[in-house]
Design a binder for this molecule. Structure first.
Ligand SMILES: Cc1cc2nc3c(=O)[nH]c(=O)nc-3n(C[C@H](O)[C@H](O)[C@H](O)COP(=O)(O)OP(=O)(O)OC[C@H]3O[C@@H](n4cnc5c(N)ncnc54)[C@H](O)[C@@H]3O)c2cc1C
Length: 532
């Protein structure tokens, strides 16, 4: 099986479709899979196949930023295979991994060091406890989509076009949507679709503030733009140009992207005699540790909260947050926090049904993200490698919040706010500054499509300002569906989402939304064809 080829750019000025999916990452892929499944299981007679068009500005279809070539050869899942997917999907994925075992062992697109570290487990099919290269999931997903498209065509259920272009504008006209698209050669076209699924991932990353004329090559805002391998090449070239004493890299932020950069860059950093300093509010991030064997997992605060709820006491979103914080603090004090985090995650769903509607909203708007930020996890392989780099003096940590930087004599002078709230300059100057500080708030986004949709009041920011407001059928506007991370900050009868940046959540959302999408498709079905 191979991935579905991307279609030629349309030759006509306008093309018509029943449904357009904007974004071909994991959310677009799972939305398409779920919709195709729903369409093919429907019993009512359809006059003709449903015309579907998928549009992505990146040529890498159905793997997205995390699972395709924009991430690196050594970019690994944040959780083990066992926790990465729900059980049924995991079984299918593990079967695929076993079928492709020999390809995995010799794949030049994967990190050899990872293959060497885990050769025995790969050969014996022991995947459950491995953090695996994310590209493997991307390949698997693209193959699943390809197979589903083949079947839908064979059954005359759907016809399908994929277009490599950016959607720059989306407007409504006569009960249909017009999507302006433009490819990298500047060719433009309009797609006229009855139903649209917005699966464009998270908002763009927040850019680091810089004063004066920042040296473009030395300041990296997004390590995945255009791709992690290109970012590494850029960092290498920049460090190469600097005298040895200035070969210092500052990574701003303690999120998964920061650790991923450290892991991906460590060989080139070592070879160039450079060093990395990680700046995050707490110094070394809590989650950059690894589980010790037999860490105990007592959750006294959450257990007590559940007991009082069972006894009829009202539970609030704030109570839940405080219990999570208390159990995590106790686990940290006893050195058992890494095992406690998944245990806490596992019990949180049992509280959700106990919350009243106001507290569901408070969880979606505020407390949920506070909880998620407390419970972040990181790839175990990366953490192991980090320990050896710290011991070798290649990586160090600074506590503080980044304020700004100014480039002087080709190096960056960086100003931070320290733990006491005081502004200070870091002692060292840095040849390279890497941003890993998370995403823009939706209302402040500079992403052209989102900006236009918000400015034209076609969509509205959700309560947490991390996503778009959607109704209980996943619609941000009539026939305009949202799937994936942009659903963050929604609480209604059908959903309580404060964070949707995991494959598990993305899968669940796609499956729940698909019947509503197909329902709207049926209603507006008008007999148009994809040809001009
Ligand atoms: C680096 C990284 C690592 C992650 N690791 C894990 C993990 O290990 N485990 C886990 O469960 N989750 C992980 N996640 C979270 C989650 O699984 C991913 O965020 C997931 O891939 C999101 O998929 P998506 O399709 O919503 O977004 P994306 O992958 O961002 O895909 C959106 C697509 O939309 C396209 N697009 C955007 N705007 C436009 C436009 N205007 N016109 C045309 N195309 C457009 C983009 O090019 C992109 O291909 C990770 C996320 C990231 C970023």
């Amino acid at each position: 099986m191979i991935a579905e080829p991307v279609s030629e750019f349309p030759v006509s000025q306008r093309q018509t479709a029943d449904m357009a999916i904007v974004g071909a990452g994991a959310s677009g892929a799972h939305s398409l899979l779920a919709v195709l499944k729903e369409l093919s299981s429907a019993t009512d007679a359809r006059p003709r196949p449903t015309q579907i068009v998928v549009i992505d500005r990146d040529p890498d279809f159905f793997s997205g930023v995390a699972y395709g070539r924009r991430s690196g050869r050594g970019s690994l899942t944040l959780s083990t295979v066992e926790r990465f997917l729900p059980s049924e999907e995991r079984e299918d994925f593990v079967e695929w991994l076993n079928q492709h075992r020999d390809d995995v062992l010799s794949d030049p697109e994967l990190d050899e060091a990872w293959i060497d570290r885990h050769r025995e487990a790969i050969v014996s099919g022991q995947w459950a406890q491995l953090f695996i290269p994310r590209r493997l999931y991307g390949k698997y997903l693209a193959e699943c989509v390809s197979a589903a498209i083949w079947l839908a065509r064979f059954q005359n259920v759907a016809e399908f076009t994929s277009i490599n272009a950016a959607v720059t504008r989306l407007t409504e006209s006569d009960g249909r949507y017009l999507l302006d698209i433009e490819d990298s050669d500047g060719r433009a076209c309009e797609i006229d679709a009855a139903v649209v699924v917005l699966a464009i991932g998270s908002p763009p990353v927040r850019e680091l503030k810089a004063d004066g004329g920042a040296v473009a090559d030395g300041l990296v805002h997004d390590i995945y733009d255009p791709g992690l391998e290109q970012t590494l090449a850029r960092v290498r070239a920049r460090l190469d140009d600097l005298p040895r004493t200035d070969r210092k890299v500052l990574v701003v932020g303690g999120n998964a992207a920061a650790l991923e950069f450290v892991l991906a860059a460590h060989t080139l950093i070592r070879n160039l005699g450079a060093t990395i300093t990680v700046l995050s509010p707490s110094g070394r991030p809590r989650h950059w540790h690894r589980t010790k064997p037999h860490e105990p997992t007592h959750l006294p605060a959450l257990t007590a909260l559940k007991a009082s709820a069972d006894a009829g006491q009202q539970v609030t979103a704030a109570d839940l947050y405080e219990a999570v914080a208390a159990d995590l603090a106790a686990a940290l004090a006893s050195g058992a926090d890494v095992a406690a985090v998944p245990a806490i995650m596992d019990v949180i769903p049992s509280f959700l049904g106990l919350l009243g509607s106001q507290d569901r909203e408070a969880l979606a708007a505020e407390y949920g993200m506070l909880i998620t930020n407390l419970l972040r996890e990181d790839c175990g392989d990366a953490v192991d490698i980090l320990d050896t780099l710290i011991a070798a003096g290649i990586i160090s940590f600074e506590a503080g919040r980044y304020r700004t930087s100014r480039c002087r004599a080709s190096c960056f002078e960086v100003t931070v706010i320290d733990r006491d709230g005081l502004r200070r300059k870091l002692d060292s100057r840095y040849g390279v500054v890497i941003g890993a500080v998370g995403f823009e708030a939706v209302s402040a986004t500079g992403a052209p499509l989102l900006r236009q949709l918000l400015d034209d009041e076609i969509v509205h920011a959700s309560s947490s300002d991390r996503g778009l407001r959607a109704d209980s059928r996943f619609r941000a506007a009539p026939r305009l569906f949202v799937t994936g991370p942009l659903l963050a900050g929604n609480a209604n009868a059908n959903m309580l989402i404060w964070h949707a940046e995991s494959v598990r959540r993305i899968l669940e959302i796609a499956r729940t939304a698909a019947p509503y999408i197909v329902h709207d498709l049926r209603i507006v079905s008008s007999g148009n064809s994809l040809s001009a």
